[in-house]
Design a protein around this ligand. Structure first.
Ligand SMILES: *[C@@H]1O[C@H](CO)[C@@H](O)[C@H](O)[C@H]1NC(C)=O
Length: 491
């Protein structure tokens, strides 16, 4: 009973203080690209044009102007700004041409330029546990109105048209565009917390720790990744002890993903079984033949036991949890286990055990990214300890074997480890992120992926934070002077 209680309570406690194992910092670069992509994919331009062309109940005819049409909607320019603790301020600048026939028979054209602004609040979808933007306070701001109507012709009529028609119609027409774009951005989070395979051994899920936070220069998403074996048990992340953080030296507007050493340790734990390796080839790389005769050069006792040489079989068993550590610029995989050597006898006969060594060694990890998975490749860093356990050939000085075992690990064991590591570790799948251009940095207790995008050197567009004329606000719009014909503000 107590045990059950503890299982429940301890379970609650661990989830309550769940240390994020991965952090994502989304700068303006990614958000800009995402919103632009969403615009392209949502075909918002075409939809706006189609909507604008429709007859609407609020659209009163202008006296003396017939055949009213919306001719074209300009390619919208979107600008974004982070709003601390809230989300993103979004501005869509676009324009359209309204055409008609004036009663004098001439063609009339009104070119309207407008900004649509809204605050996209960043929330967490309760049901799905995903980040979600929700737009608030959509406003349409008239930037300029130009017309080719002769100056003596009814600026009042046009003013009235703008007042009664555009003021009423545009927000309803344009604000859904903001929502449509957000809908596309939101959808691109859908897979982030889905389980992704690590070979045949298990899965990783990037579960959000809490609602993402927004600062003046980025959005931060904290993940408490769930690493789960195929039989179902969850591998707990070791408590990192200190809070994880990004180094401060990344460029303004850039985006990074940080993976803690504790998280990578848990992921590799899924693969630990495949780090148990049997080596029975006699000829391996540059190594001397793996036989009792070679071994006897270091341990004469072997020659006494096996006057006629036999092939060697070596079994490595990792018997303690492995660990990944990171110090600036260097990452190690710590392995503790046993290395047992056998003499192979004739086929069909059992292996004859020679001796067993307890060992601790480190591998240096090199990280890279391929096909949106984190790849690791190792090389021997140091053989830290070698101590004799059982021996069927009597006592011997195992230190004599240091060089032989070091070469063996490098040539025979590490290739097997690197093979097992080739499955790669899945990276979070969000906003169609393509990780192929990332730059990797090993920092204190974490690996940082600097998320470089495809389109480098693009300038951020001008912002339209400072709003002047809100269509839904009371008051006359201020017209910018027209280039052609009449200017509406000379009355
Ligand atoms: C409209 O948006 C553009 C940027 O897209 C900005 O330069 C301009 O100042 C904005 N105009 C108004 C009136 O808000």
């Amino acid at each position: 009973m107590l045990r059950i209680l503890c299982l429940v309570l301890c379970g609650l406690l661990t989830t309550a203080r769940a240390d994020p194992g991965a952090l994502l910092r989304l700068g303006m670069d990614i958000m800009n690209r995402e919103v632009q992509n969403a615009m392209d994919e949502s075909h918002i331009l075409e939809k706006m044009a189609a909507e604008a062309g429709k007859k609407r109940p609020g659209m009163k005819p202008i006296k003396g102007i017939t055949n009213l049409k919306v001719k074209d909607v300009q390619l919208p320019v979107i600008t974004l700004n982070f709003v601390p603790e809230v989300g993103i301020f979004q501005c869509v600048s676009t324009g359209m041409t309204i055409t008609g026939k004036s009663f004098m028979g001439g063609n009339m054209e009104i070119i309207v330029v407008l900004n649509i602004t809204a605050t996209n609040r960043l929330l967490q979808d309760e049901e799905m546990g995903l980040p979600m933007f929700k737009s608030e306070g959509c406003e349409v701001i008239l930037v300029s109105v130009k017309t080719n109507l002769p100056s003596n012709m009814l600026p009042k009529v046009v003013n009235k048209f703008l007042d009664s028609t555009l003021h009423k119609v545009l927000p309803g027409l344009m604000c859904p565009a903001i929502d449509a774009v957000l809908g596309y951005v939101n959808k691109k989070w859908a897979n982030v917390n889905a389980p992704m395979p690590v070979g045949q051994m298990g899965t990783v899920k990037y579960v959000l720790t809490s609602i993402p936070t927004t600062t003046a220069s980025y959005i931060q998403v904290d993940f408490s990744p769930v690493v789960q074996q195929h039989e179902g048990s969850i591998i707990q992340l070791a408590d990192a002890g200190e809070a994880l953080g990004f180094p401060e030296d990344y460029a303004e507007g850039s985006s990074q993903l940080l993976l803690s050493a504790a998280f990578l340790t848990a992921e590799l734990a899924l693969l630990q079984k495949s780090f148990d390796v049997n080596v029975q080839d006699t000829m391996i790389g540059k190594l001397p033949p793996q036989t009792t005769e070679t071994l006897a050069r270091f341990i004469p006792e072997v020659a006494e036991a096996y006057p006629k040489w036999k092939p060697l079989v070596t079994q490595i068993r990792i018997n303690k949890p492995l660990e990944v550590t990171m110090k600036t610029g260097k990452s190690l995989l710590h392995l503790h286990g046993t290395l047992e050597m056998f003499a192979a006898r004739r086929p069909g006969k059992a292996l004859a055990p020679l001796f067993l060594l307890e060992t601790h060694f480190n591998l240096k990890i090199q990280y890279s990214v391929r096909e949106n998975r984190l790849q690791m490749s190792t090389s021997l860093d140091r053989l830290l300890s070698l101590s004799r356990g059982s021996s069927s050939i009597g006592a011997f000085n195992e230190k004599e074997l240091t060089g032989f075992i070091t070469d063996f690990l490098q040539e025979a064991y590490i290739p097997a480890i690197n093979d097992a590591l080739q499955v790669g570790l899945p990276l979070p799948d969000f906003l169609d992120m393509n990780y192929n251009l990332v730059e990797l940095n090993i920092v204190e207790n974490a690996l940082v992926l600097d998320l470089k995008l495809h389109r480098p050197g693009q300038d951020l567009p001008a912002s339209c934070l400072h709003t002047t004329n809100r269509l839904h606000a009371v008051g006359e719009p201020t017209w910018s002077p027209t280039t052609r014909a009449a200017s509406l503000d000379e009355e």
